[in-house]
Design a protein around this ligand. Structure first.
Ligand code: ATP
Ligand code: MG
Length: 455
């Protein structure tokens, strides 16, 4: 009964009426044409010349208003993907769940999105499809600019800039929210998260990146709805992990993800270790994000293989310890078994393409090899393509408080040394066969990130 009553008041095809946007002139918002990518402006001009309307929208407009540096520029238009593709020689339609057009200019890609509408504007399952939990499996119902604005996620992401007259169109009170530095989900937050649980990750990502506060109704449902993340395909979640962790705000993002119960959905093994683990585990994971953020600030290369190697290291070590203690497995066998278990659990949450999976495993394997430096071993290791990453990983373990008897410093000195000094350093290690102490029987403290036999 209640449902039927609610349906009577739900927006339907007939009830869609135009509301006029707030039109904000240049004198009030201060954005200038020259701040936008010239390729994005070209795309808009061409669409407008062909008789379509087209605007800059999303992160590009938001970040420029905040005096930040946009990552990319998104264009919204009333031209369909097919119509858009016909206008540009360098264009490609991509996506199935959400079809968009990529217009390529060398290394820059301008994403052109057709205005979307609510699903009750279409009965065609090829355009609109939802799962039993309300998740949008296909979101290709096209509409007008106003319906497009309310289908976007946060009000600050729904500001449309028209470069032909410099006006900013605001249907969702986005500019006021931007000035108040708040993140407000458009519409009913719970319903919007159910439609697309990735919006919860986006909320956290923008809050961390922009330093914005989520409004209470945007924040409140997240913890409750976090389990819905399990319905999102692992490949899409991998893409989101990259944006969350490799955009320069990984530390703040990690804190917010954990606070909102979302980290568990992405890295369940890691979250468990963080909850159970001691100080070193927590320091290790945080240090991994701090180092990643620092590298990005320094314009150094960052790879998903490293951050995955770091996040999965605590569960890997826990699994190895368990296999060695409870099943009496030797280290190498325990490591192989543990790797398989940890990786397969992870792949059921987020994908990790082979090109990152292999280097991740190499970083782990090299942690053992970095201990064995006698003879020509240290020299050979320097030539290994993954040496640098493995060495950084070793330093990270030490930074987190693991006692590795100065192994990191040894490798630092070894790299800086000339050939003769290197020979000397290896000689100084002596003969490990003779020096080896009897194997310890007592397992190492659970607080360590390393299994007993590797330290
Ligand atoms: P950035 O590019 O800096 O990560 P962005 O806001 O531009 O941030 P994009 O993923 O490029 O994010 O998306 C462009 C715009 O498309 C967003 O600003 C938002 O308006 C809309 N959008 C993207 N993803 C969603 C989503 N899952 N649900 C609703 N709207 C979305
Ligand atoms: Mg963008």
């Amino acid at each position: 009964m209640l449902n039927r009553l609610l349906k009577l008041f739900a927006p339907g095809k007939q009830q869609h009426k135009m509301t006029s946007p707030k039109i904000i002139p240049v004198s009030e918002h201060g954005l200038r044409r020259a701040q936008f990518s010239s390729n994005a402006l070209k795309v808009i001009e061409k669409l407008q010349e062909a008789g379509f309307s087209a605007f800059l929208v999303g992160g590009g407009v938001r970040d420029l208003l905040l005096e930040g540096e946009p990552k990319d520029f998104d264009v919204a238009t009333n031209a369909t993907p097919e119509e858009t593709r016909k206008i540009f020689r360098n264009a490609m339609i991509i996506g199935r769940r959400f079809r968009i057009v990529h217009v390529r200019f060398g290394r820059e890609i301008i994403e052109v999105t057709t205005f979307r509408a609510h699903h009750d504007q279409s009965d065609n399952p090829k355009d609109a499809e939802q799962s039993h939990t309300g998740m949008l499996l296909r979101d290709n119902v096209y509409g007008d600019i106003e319906s497009d604005a309310v289908r976007r996620d946060f009000s600050v992401n729904a500001l449309y800039y028209d470069p032909s007259n410099g006006n900013l169109l605001d249907y969702t009170n986005g500019l006021a929210d931007l000035n108040r530095r708040v993140l407000q989900m458009i519409g009913d937050p719970e319903a919007r998260y159910r439609e697309d649980p990735v919006r919860m990750l986006r909320a956290v990502r923008f809050a961390a990146k922009l330093g914005f506060t989520m409004t209470e109704n945007t924040r409140e449902p997240i913890k409750r709805l976090a389990p819905l993340m399990s319905h999102v395909p692992p490949a899409r979640l991998f893409e989101e992990v990259l944006k969350l962790m490799l955009s320069g705000y990984a530390t703040a993002t990690l804190g917010l993800l954990r606070e909102h119960g979302l980290f568990e959905a992405l890295f369940p093994g890691t979250e468990l270790c963080l909850q159970k683990g001691g100080e070193i585990t927590n320091k290790f994971v945080t240090q991994a994000t701090l180092n990643t953020d620092k590298r990005i600030r320094q314009d150094k290369k960052v790879t998903p293989a490293f951050i995955y190697a770091a996040f999965l290291w605590p569960p890997l070590q826990a699994a190895i310890r368990k296999l060695m203690q409870e099943n009496k497995m030797p280290l190498t066998a325990a490591m192989q078994h543990a790797e398989q278990g940890v990786i397969s659990q992870q792949l059921s949450c987020t994908a990790l393409p082979k090109r990152f999976l292999i280097p991740m495993k190499e970083i782990w394997a090299l942690q053992l090899r970095l201990l064995r430096r006698e003879g020509r071993k240290a020299f050979a290791l320097l030539e290994h393509p993954r040496f640098r990453a493995a060495y950084d990983f070793l330093l990270l373990r030490e930074q987190a408080g693991e006692n590795l008897d100065g192994l990191g410093l040894w490798w630092t000195r070894f790299q800086d040394a000339d050939e003769a000094q290197r020979e000397e350093m290896v000689k100084e290690l002596g003969n490990p066969q003779r020096q080896r102490r009897p194997r310890r029987r007592k397992p190492k403290a659970a607080n360590s990130t390393t299994p007993p036999a590797t330290s």
